[in-house]
Write a protein that binds this ligand. Structure first.
Ligand SMILES: [Zn+2]
Length: 279
């Protein structure tokens, strides 16, 4: 009886005895077929194993690439970052050219009573005489503005043709620093009452005639004046301290003069300058 071959049976190579039957396979064709079958299976295995390995490798790459995909970006996230905007009401903010216009240059004096001055010397001994023959309005005066400041000449109609924005170029740095200090340290508004005035109300040697002196007060941010004497006194004493800290060379808490209480501050003509028309 011919034994039916199964693909799972172990074929007996030629010349070997069957361990169960002890019969010897002498059929050369069958043996050849068996050998061919073994080779065929070996070839298939040899082909399948690398195929499976390659397939597995490809799957792992696909899975990996899925995990590495960039997350879905919403339209909101696609928007570019908004730039940091520093809130400022300043119009035509000047370039500081490396000059610190924000921080005080001197410590605040402990007190600054009415009719006192810093330093406690005559103004002309600190800031220099007006009669030096060197002042030139075209060269030395500059136009300074800042929307945080209340300017008298912008609010007094046509009754007065003065321009309080005209100041000596040496005043720009301490003035702009003072505006920032008032903004940072008070809830009030700086009011510029008087700066350059070549003729009229001031004395012969007043530094206002060179735009080197400025008269200032403080008021409410809605443009109104302070209401009580006590309020003014406290505010103007603080303004004197801030003017000194801002770098004015001479600060005077002027009280009892015909113009009413105010802070008079002045500077030397020598600078430094933020805006210099000679360059
Ligand atoms: Zn003055």
């Amino acid at each position: 009886m011919t034994k039916k071959r199964s693909s799972f049976n172990i074929n007996i190579p030629y010349g070997l005895r069957h361990p169960a039957t002890g019969s010897k396979n002498t059929n050369n064709d069958v043996a050849f077929d068996n050998m061919a079958e073994i080779k065929r299976r070996a070839i298939i295995k040899a082909a399948i194993v690398p195929f499976v390995l390659v397939l597995g490798f490809c799957i792992s790459i696909i899975i990996g690439s899925c995990h590495n995909e960039k997350p879905v970006v919403t339209d909101e996230e696609k928007k570019p970052e908004k730039p940091v905007v520093v809130k400022s009401n300043t119009i035509a903010k000047p370039k500081s050219k490396g000059v610190d216009l924000v921080n005080p240059v001197r410590p605040a004096p402990a007190k600054f009573p009415r009719n006192s001055k810093m330093p406690n010397k005559r103004e002309r001994d600190v800031c220099g005489e007006i009669v030096n023959g060197k002042f030139s309005p075209g060269r030395d005066l500059i136009f300074v503005t800042d929307s945080r400041v209340w300017w008298e000449s912008d609010n007094d109609g046509v009754s007065d043709d003065e321009c309080d924005h005209s100041m000596h170029r040496a005043m720009e740095i301490p003035f702009r620093r003072l505006v920032n200090l008032v903004e940072a340290q008070t809830k009030l508004q700086l009011r510029v009452q008087e700066v350059y005035r070549p003729e009229g109300i001031h004395s012969e040697k007043s530094l206002h005639k060179e735009g080197r002196a400025i008269d200032m007060t403080l008021g409410y941010k809605n443009g109104e004046k302070l209401k009580t004497a006590a309020e003014m006194n406290e505010a103007y004493e603080q303004l004197c301290k801030l003017a000194w800290q801002a770098g004015f060379d001479w600060v005077f808490y002027e009280y009892g003069s015909g113009s009413g209480p105010h802070v008079h501050a002045s500077i030397k003509a020598t600078g430094p300058f933020l805006t210099d028309k000679t360059k």
